[in-house]
Write a protein that binds this ligand. Sequence first.
Ligand code: TYD
Length: 243
Amino acid sequence: MALQARRGRFITFEGPEGCGKSTQVRLLRGRLEALGRPVTQTREPGATALGVAVRQLLLGTDQLQLVPETEAFLLSADRAQHVAEVIRPALAAGHVVLSDRHVDSMLAYQGYGGGMDLTSLTHLASIATGGLAPDLTVLIDLDPTISLARRHASSSAGGEINRFDRRALAFHHRVREGFLMLAAGEPDRFIVIDGALGVEEVAETIWSAVQPTLGGQYAGRTRTAAQLPLFDVTQFELCAIVS
Ligand code: TYD
């Protein structure tokens, strides 16, 4: 009987609007693919058919006056579908999954920003994810005055300004502090990078953090039970016993 490890790696990118997440996701994807690693690039909200509808409800209009609780339920519906349809299958196929936002955004925006209770949000998140957690979370930290200025500059060039971008500066300061508190609480999962640095410097720092996460020679391969280190069995959940 052989023990087959089929789990890829799950890396999330978090931070305020305009912090450069999308650029960094793209750069990391290029680096991983150049090494021959299969990558699934995705985002929240909006990566599934349901997610597109949620995104439209959540970000597409100012007509709906959504309270943070409604936002959290909509985002959790998006997330549950995202985990089931996109993330788990990709991890099972051995992909490195790069998600532009995930649970920490809900804790930062609806929790720290919107004032919702963090324990309830964490419970909601665990229902949506079924307990799946990122192997690594890249937090690109940026002062909201800079991030919002960047966002507004990009909107002059055709970029999207959403309901969250239009919130008061105080809200964005709370979101930033929230992200930093979350990172401080889980230093093994998070890497925090100064988003005011240049694109290349940020990319290099991310690459240094990602490499150990990839798991070296064993990642994505079929192994016998004897070859599989014990920590892999306990840490990575999608190991299947095959005969
Ligand atoms: P998006 O246009 O994808 O913004 P960005 O480029 O900044 O990622 O819009 C996503 C917005 O949704 C963003 O303002 C943050 C917000 N959001 C939450 O409030 N909670 C969440 O759980 C998630 C995933 C996103």
